[in-house]
Design a protein around this ligand. Structure first.
Ligand SMILES: Cc1cc2nc3c(=O)[nH]c(=O)nc-3n(C[C@H](O)[C@H](O)[C@H](O)COP(=O)(O)OP(=O)(O)OC[C@H]3O[C@@H](n4cnc5c(N)ncnc54)[C@H](O)[C@@H]3O)c2cc1C
Length: 383
């Protein structure tokens, strides 16, 4: 392996995908992760993540998600493993609510495949749901879930096989950009690299304090419930779903690998936390926030709590990603694609990051992810 050396800081979904793309392009890439691979203190752990083409959160995502699907299929082919499970996704809520209106906007903008069902039709198809008459559902047939832990592992294995160096349990303590390179200090070594991708998830602000990134880290909880009968919740009979109700926005998955049904509340209890010290125990209030809509809308899923786990969202004020170069240092790339929906994008984000750090540009349209949009808020401190 020859040419420039690129450091990738943080090996969650984002950094791992970047490492994969760099290594496959023959770039000398070194990934540095402060914990063990696949650890459960950041944002990327757990067995499953939702995948969907259109997003209620942002109608412009269609083209990026089309590319992400193609790259997920490519990863499956290289890994020789099934990583994407297409169950369809049902996005359900008041017909004029934020979710249903948002998803229709995303679908219409890019002409994406879908079906719109009224409450009765949805309940005929998926009898586990009990919905009021004024609810509607949008089905995206391509939706489903990613076997997230397996996907992360496959990405890193392929990156390593292609020549990437992976250093774990090594914490980067400073990233010092220079005009023609970047000096990286870790708790074990000093590294001189030609470029870097900083993908530190909830720790981005700590690692790049000079950028004053307007990021909020919030504590999330996912729970697994055991229904009396799992058969109606099997992946061939039950979809991935997002449900908007008076209790907020909840999402869930078909029964998976004897773990029961995974359900969570998007944004959970809106708790802003420190990623190093947040409470990882599960409280009665956590469970109650997740269970809230089940008795009414999905009563057969309202079973015994089997397990629950915390996870972190890293949120921007406009709830979309940061993918950009550092001001004055085009060879140092800042990547914070979370906002609660970034996992499914990771292959395409990895491709973009590899483009930016090696070519200084990308063919993908990333204008909305620029740091500049925060400049007013930061009163010019980013410039
Ligand atoms: C509960 C929950 C549910 C979600 N559901 C979905 C979903 O259904 N679909 C979807 O698409 N997305 C979903 N997401 C979002 C998705 O998981 C995230 O967008 C994605 O995991 C972000 O990955 P990341 O690599 O940017 O961050 P992380 O996974 O947090 O990775 C950052 C890495 O950087 C490392 N690091 C930090 N600081 C340093 C340092 N100083 N030195 C070395 N290493 C460092 C950390 O240890 C960590 O491994 C969900 C997130 C959560 C929390």
């Amino acid at each position: 392996m020859s040419g420039p050396q690129i450091a990738v800081i943080g090996l969650g979904a984002t950094g791992s995908a970047a490492l994969f793309h760099l290594a496959r392009r023959g770039v000398h890439a070194v990934g540095i992760e402060r914990f063990e691979l696949g650890h459960d203190r950041g944002s990327s752990h757990g067995q499953t993540r939702i995948i969907r083409l259109a997003h209620f959160e942002n109608a412009s995502y269609g083209p990026m998600m089309r590319r992400a699907y193609a790259l997920w299929r490519e990863l499956e082919a290289i890994a020789g493993a099934k990583l994407i499970f297409t169950t369809g996704i049902a996005e359900i809520g008041p017909a004029h609510g934020t979710l249903v209106r948002g998803i229709i906007a995303g679908i219409s903008r890019h002409g994406l495949p879908h079906e719109i069902l009224d409450a009765q039709s949805l309940m005929r198809r998926y009898p586990s749901f009990k919905l009021p008459q004024d609810f509607a559902a949008v089905i995206q047939p391509d939706g489903g879930y990613i076997a997230a832990a397996a996907a992360l592992e496959a990405t890193l294995c392929i990156a390593a096989a292609a020549g990437a160096v992976i250093r774990t349990r090594e914490k980067v303590v400073a990233v010092e950009p220079r005009p023609n390179g970047v000096h990286i200090r870790t708790d074990r070594a000093e590294i001189e690299a030609d470029g870097a991708i900083v993908a530190a998830g909830p720790w981005m602000r700590d690692l790049l304090p000079e950028l004053r990134l307007p990021l909020r880290v919030t504590r999330q909880v996912a729970a697994w419930f055991q229904p009396d009968d799992t058969a109606p919740f099997s992946a061939d009979r039950f979809p991935v779903f997002i449900l908007e109700s008076e209790h907020g926005l909840h999402y869930g998955f078909p029964a998976y690998a004897q773990m029961g049904i995974k359900i969570a509340k998007h944004h959970h209890r809106q708790e802003i936390v420190d990623p190093d010290t947040h409470d990882r125990t599960i409280s009665v209030a956590d469970e109650a926030a997740i269970r809230a809509p089940l008795a009414e809308y999905l009563p057969d899923a309202n079973g015994r709590l089997v397990s629950a786990q915390t996870c972190l969202y890293t949120m921007t004020p406009d709830e979309t990603f940061i993918i950009d170069c550092m001001p004055r240092f085009p060879h140092v790339i800042v990547a914070s694609p979370c906002c609660g929906h970034g996992f499914k994008f990771s292959p395409v984000v990895g491709e973009i990051l590899a483009d930016l750090v090696t070519r200084g540009t990308t063919d993908h349209d990333i204008r909305q992810f620029r740091l500049q949009r925060f400049a007013d808020e930061a009163k010019g401190q980013i410039a």
